[in-house]
Design a protein around this ligand. Sequence first.
Ligand code: ATP
Ligand code: MG
Length: 473
Amino acid sequence: MIKKFVTQVQELFTRKKPRLRKEPKRIAAAEHAIDRELVSRNALRVCETLQKHGFATYIVGGAVRDLLLGIAPKDFDVATDATPEQVKAHFRRAIIIGRRFRLVHVMFGQETIEVSTFRALENPDRQTDEHGRVLADNLFGSQPEDAARRDFTINALYYDPVTETVLDYHDGVKDIRRRKLRMIGEPEARYREDPVRMLRAVRFAAKLGFEIDEATRKPITTLAALIENVPAARLFEEMLKLLTSGHAVACITRLRVEGLHHGLLPLLDVILEQPEGERFVMLALSRTDERVRAGKHIAIGFLFATLLWHEVLKQWKLREGRGEHRIPALDVAIDEVLERQTEKLAIQRRYTSDMREIWMLQPRFERRTGRNPVKLLEHLRVRAGYDFLMLRCAAEEAPAELGEWWTRFMESNEAERESLLAAPQARDSAAAPNRRRRRGRRGNGSSGVARDADGSASASANSDIAVPSSKGG
Ligand code: ATP
Ligand code: MG
């Protein structure tokens, strides 16, 4: 009787941890198609060195997933049974970092290999918040435990670059072949432990073109609100990964489908539901995707400036409507938007100052009288401001003529610039038809382009060639 009870309790206990698989499948080189050329020499060196000293050491996570898909990994993580101190001891340039979980950065020139010690699955001292989110967790564990606490099956693969063997604890290789994103363990519990996994699900599905397994997808709608409890800095990091993945358009589209866009950027849902806002944001994101895929640099401040621009426009317009002066109204609108935003998603200060400058430059591009354009060229951020203006023109929210004029002006020599400055008639007549057409479509009868000579005093409805109605059509 007692024995039976004990067995039942034991069963109950083991049922709570169905994720732990002690024996992995071993996939030999002949059975997988990992191209050795795509494996970082430095990651190989870290594995070789630690293995030579008797430590089990593997390339792990996203790098193995990408290698199996034939994609060149953007970085390499390594997992080992050596402690951070033991790892550090074997490399000339290595530092121990991290508080929540200590790991080692081993540096080789430009490349850093992140080496972490296998982590424990169940930690009796683990602290969680009232929704089950794990707050602090720093226990070392076995390799099977390390595998079980990773998020998706395709992210829980270990590759030994010396023997070229892949270790697969959770059928990740099968899921890669089926192109399925599947959570390890019980999805709802895993999302509660760490709500960021919902965003990761969307990012990987969009980036890899994988389908999210039904059981993995299902709890997301119900749990979406838990994103609000994630610390703002962590959310920013994850959003950054998502927006610079080269698949931002697909990610954002997917976020909306899963109902995850609330609480990320304020009113991202509202912005995307306005035709004007959606056109602008989607255009900005697809340009970003093109740049990432072409291996070009992405200016993060610029990117976030595009995402929040229509929020700024709305607040700006509102203040102007109340009779506030144009430039101070923009300044305060920016304060409001940034303040509200950083509560939820901690955009770092170095980016918010770029954003502010890009936004504040916009009305200055409208002032083509006197020496204003020449002065504007001296501004340190004029290029970013100009790129932003061009995006607004492409999204048809600023007159095409204005963008064309500035393109010519920026590309001209001094003499050509003087002649452009001396031909205000040509500019105005070219701008007017565009303006009329756009106004007309929105059912607002006003037309013509008002030049804002001093940039500060005109609060009239006509002065905002750069400020379309935020309500859209
Ligand atoms: P990317 O290509 O974006 O770098 P990745 O899978 O390498 O994708 P990382 O954020 O670099 O993602 O994380 C490395 C590995 O750590 C993941 O593959 C996964 O195994 C594990 N991991 C990361 N974040 C989590 C999480 N929130 N919950 C569980 N495991 C995680
Ligand atoms: Mg990674």
